[in-house]
Design a protein around this ligand. Structure first.
Ligand code: AMP
Length: 191
């Protein structure tokens, strides 16, 4: 299996690039934000629980996220591997992911981080908000909070994998194809 974390702040382009990666390498996409939005749309208990955190741009509690990911890992047990997008967002989530993979005799091959300056992120999120219908993409304060939560709670995850020599950062500004080619160079090194 090839298990890769696509890392980066909100608006870095993780969703766009994940779609291209899963198609090229035939991997299973686990995007926790998308999964929560699906639950929300279907009105499940999990969706209701997640909504109050998502609306403010805060993180859903670790145990809830980890339980949901565990289920998705089981569903994709026979796939070529996974692209994790928007997960792990805290160090405990990272540790839990490693444990879940270890139980299957698997591990994280590497983390690829998309580097995008803060002003560019805000511009992209607001632009996306015009069509995404996401409340958290449309409000200046919520966007600010998501970036703050990223810096405070999520950035340590980069350090966590860097210490294990499983971290690489690439420029997340440029054309979609340019960035994709740079990601593919890194994925090919991890294969
Ligand atoms: P995203 O689509 O990745 O920007 O996620 C949208 C929202 O879903 C976030 O602002 C969080 O409220 C929630 N969420 C998504 N993934 C996670 C995660 N791994 N841990 C905690 N909350 C998450």
């Amino acid at each position: 299996m090839l298990n890769i974390i696509l890392f980066g702040p909100p608006g870095a382009g993780k969703g766009t690039q994940s779609e291209k990666i899963i198609n090229k390498y035939n991997l299973t996409h686990i995007a926790t934000g998308d999964l929560f939005r699906k639950h929300l749309g279907e009105g499940t208990e999990l969706g209701k629980l997640a909504q109050k955190y998502m609306d403010e741009g805060n993180l859903v509690p670790d145990q809830v996220v980890i339980g949901m990911v565990d289920e998705k890992l089981k569903e994709g047990a026979n796939s070529n591997g996974f692209i994790f997008d928007g997960f792990p967002r805290t160090v405990p989530q990272a540790q839990a992911l490693e444990t879940l993979l270890e139980e299957k005799g698997e591990s994280i091959n590497g983390m690829i981080a998309l580097d995008v300056p803060e002003e560019e992120l805000k511009k992209r999120i607001k632009e996306r908000g015009k069509t995404s219908g996401r409340a958290d993409d449309q409000d200046e304060n919520k966007i600010e909070n998501r970036i703050k939560v990223y810096l405070d709670e999520t950035l340590p995850v980069a350090n966590y994998f860097d210490q294990k020599d499983k971290f690489v950062k690439i420029n997340g500004v440029g054309s979609i194809d340019e960035i994709f080619n740079n990601i593919c160079d890194q994925v090919d090194r991890l294969k």
